[in-house]
Ligand binder design. Structure first.
Ligand code: MG
Length: 368
């Protein structure tokens, strides 16, 4: 099988309401997503999506995704989409780095691989059956009362795992948020406090040694080195997210004992192929993992949920679904949907989400 064409669409994805991170220094109102459809000489087509969370969250942005695809596409025409390692090797030779631009292409090739073999991705990724994965809520920064109200509303929708966004320069406010939320958590629920790199190491050490809470703390500081420094001086388990970009970062995190868990996001690390290697390393390291994508429609969400369900529950925590934050749903009813706090990937060949090409309108770019 050979790749004969790569088609690209740009999608604006407005959020249902503005979303604040990192103590209020980062605000998000709309995501810039890129959909790709890869066509083959067998008549099978595969879909992928690359959607950074705005352009302030990671070194990734929507226009960069499309510029990267324009650079990569000519080298992929004629390649075998089912030879995933070869596809990734071609992309890495053609354009070092830029993992977020490679992810939608890798994802579309996995979709083709699944359709060609008649298997859903969860099966290709090693699962015996598609077990339901817990979905975590995502609680925007606010006062303790506002955040507890959001957690209680999420609990009514079946969520039992929560990600509460904290961080900022007001140390007392963060101590108050952590203590109030941890104490108010419904029985059997768990919370991760996601700092989104807002603290200096000194602030992290001060705050985390002042609170009684022993919940997970995510990405307390900007860099891996800073987080490793903090991890050795605080009593809470540390989860890393934004500072991990490639396999070597994960190796360094393990060597430096910087974390007990990670957020594994295909778009951040270059696609499902790279994410699968990191997932395997995470299991060897004994880490707990949240497996989800950086952002996007139900297409990107579903691709990540296939990898989550193919990861044994001892090693995963929960998965977040971006599409519940969007005011639009371009693939209504399809893919991985929240069912009372749990999500199960489809049993269809490939990713199991088929965007309507006619509804998307003409492609903004087509490479042949
Ligand atoms: Mg995070």
């Amino acid at each position: 099988m050979k790749i004969t064409g790569i088609n690209v669409w740009q999608l604006d994805l407005p959020l249902t309401k503005p979303y604040w991170l990192s103590g209020g220094r980062l605000k998000f109102e709309k995501l810039d997503s890129t959909l790709v459809r890869i066509d083959t000489d067998d008549g099978i087509s595969g879909w992928g999506e690359g959607c950074p969370w705005g352009h302030t969250y990671l070194p990734a942005h929507g226009p960069g995704t499309r510029a990267g695809i324009a650079t990569l596409a000519p080298a992929l025409i004629g390649a075998d989409p089912c030879a995933l390692d070869e596809i990734n090797w071609i992309m890495d030779v053609q354009l070092p780095g830029h993992p977020y631009a490679k992810s939608p292409l890798d994802m579309a090739c996995w979709d083709i691989f699944g359709k060609a073999t008649g298997m859903p991705l969860w099966r290709l990724l090693g699962a015996a059956r598609p077990e339901a994965v817990p979905v975590n809520s995502s609680i925007s920064t606010g006062t303790p009362e506002e955040m507890i109200a959001l957690i209680n509303a999420a609990a009514e929708s079946g969520y039992t795992v929560h990600s509460a966004k904290i961080g900022g320069t007001d140390t007392a406010a963060d101590i108050a948020r952590i203590e109030a939320i941890s104490a108010a958590l419904p029985d059997g629920h768990s919370v991760t406090f996601d700092v989104n790199r807002a603290w200096t190491p000194a602030t992290a050490i001060q705050v985390l040694n002042s609170v009684a809470a022993r919940d997970w703390i995510e990405q307390p500081c900007e860099t891996l080195q800073q987080c490793a420094h903090v991890a050795s001086r605080v009593p809470q388990p540390i989860l890393l997210d934004e500072c991990l970009h490639d396999f070597e970062d994960h190796l360094t995190a393990w060597r430096q004992r910087a974390c007990e868990g990670i957020k594994l996001k295909p778009n951040r690390v270059g696609g499902l192929t790279r994410a699968r290697s990191i997932r395997d390393f995470g299991i060897a390291a004994g880490w707990r993992m949240h497996i989800e994508d950086v952002g996007g429609t139900v297409l990107a969400d579903t691709a990540a949920i296939h990898l989550a369900t193919a990861t044994r529950p001892e090693y995963r925590l929960a998965s977040w679904l971006c599409h519940y934050h969007l005011a639009v749903d371009p693939m209504p009813g399809q893919g991985a949907r929240n069912s009372n706090g749990l999500v199960t990937p489809p049993d269809l060949p490939g990713i199991g989400v088929e965007p309507d090409g006619d509804a998307l309108g003409p492609a903004m770019a087509a490479y042949r």
